[in-house]
Design a protein around this ligand. Structure first.
Ligand code: NDP
Length: 264
């Protein structure tokens, strides 16, 4: 019987996940389909998952915390960050995982000689990624517009600044992990500050995808190696796919298929 998978979100129309996952199912000869579910009320996530007869799902904004709560079992990393972006059905129970941060880690492996990382933004994605990057032995600093969200990061031992007390230093990789530029034309930090950071950096990432953000546009003027959010999107999808099909296929092959799907 054909297996069903979906992405839950609000909004979800823009999602490239169906294209990515369906291309892998098709290329690998797996009888499965993956589709979008626009879910407004996150508390209905579990009920809808079972009603649709799904074998697995991805969860995007704003339901990752609801997915965490809907999970019967949590993988230790998802448990530590309090957010789930991948659900897998096993023996009638929902297993929750978070592939965003390991996906981000995979997405920066292509850059050479990166030791220090400055993350702009202190939201949910930074919460998960900062720990993963530190575990991978990068030195991580967090800079956020306001100080309100920084306390948990400070308690977790991260070097943290808000625009008020930040003094520009040298960071190998600058990452926009804010939503600045997603649905407006704003930069994630004052322009002069970004220009100083970029002139000392070795590479740049913006995790927003689907448009060239003002940040990426500014960064490109410095001729640095860069990637946009499509790279992270692919890498988190490769890891989610691996969970869906229980590690049956070579990840490099899955990645190549997915990269090809969004390139065409
Ligand atoms: P959150 O809503 O949890 O956090 C948003 C962060 O952005 C906060 O730190 C906030 O700062 C900051 N921010 C928002 N607007 C501005 C602005 N105009 N200037 C400066 N800072 C700003 O978001 P998430 O962590 O969930 O997501 C962050 C981004 O990552 C989103 O754009 C999302 O689309 C993208 N994303 C991409 C993925 C991919 O696969 N490519 C996966 C996951 C997320 P403050 O505290 O001051 O409000």
């Amino acid at each position: 019987m054909q297996k069903k998978y979906a992405i839950f979100g609000d909004p979800v129309e823009h999602s490239l996940s169906p294209l990515i996952h369906n291309s892998a199912f098709e290329a690998l000869g797996i009888d499965a389909k993956y589709y979008k579910i626009h879910l407004k009320d996150g508390t209905k996530l579990k009920e809808r998952f079972f009603k649709e007869g799904l074998c697995g799902a991805n969860i995007t904004v704003p339901h990752k915390e609801q997915a965490f709560m809907a999970s019967d079992y949590l993988d230790p990393f998802a448990k530590s960050v309090g957010a789930v972006n991948t659900l897998v059905l096993k023996n009638g129970a929902l297993y929750g995982y978070n592939t965003d941060a390991p996906g981000f880690l995979r997405s920066i492996e292509k850059f050479d000689d990166i030791k220090t990382i400055l993350i702009l933004g202190a939201g949910g994605t930074t919460k998960a990624s900062s720990v993963t990057l530190r575990d991978a032995e990068y030195r991580v600093t967090i800079l956020n517009r306001s100080s309100g969200r920084l306390q948990p990061f400070i308690e977790n031992g991260f070097e943290c600044y808000s625009f008020d007390n930040f003094k520009v230093g040298q960071y190998d990789l600058i990452v926009n992990m804010t939503s600045a530029g997603l649905s407006d034309d704003s930069l994630p930090a004052p322009k002069e500050l970004l220009e100083e950071l970029l002139s000392n950096a070795k590479a740049v990432v913006d995790i927003i995808y689907g448009k060239e953000t003002p940040f990426l546009k500014l960064a490109k003027a410095y001729n640095l190696p860069f990637s946009d959010g499509k790279e992270m999107l692919i890498q988190q999808a490769v890891l989610a796919f691996d969970l869906f099909i229980d590690g049956e296929y070579d990840l490099e092959r899955v990645e190549a298929i997915m990269q090809n799907a969004i390139a065409s």
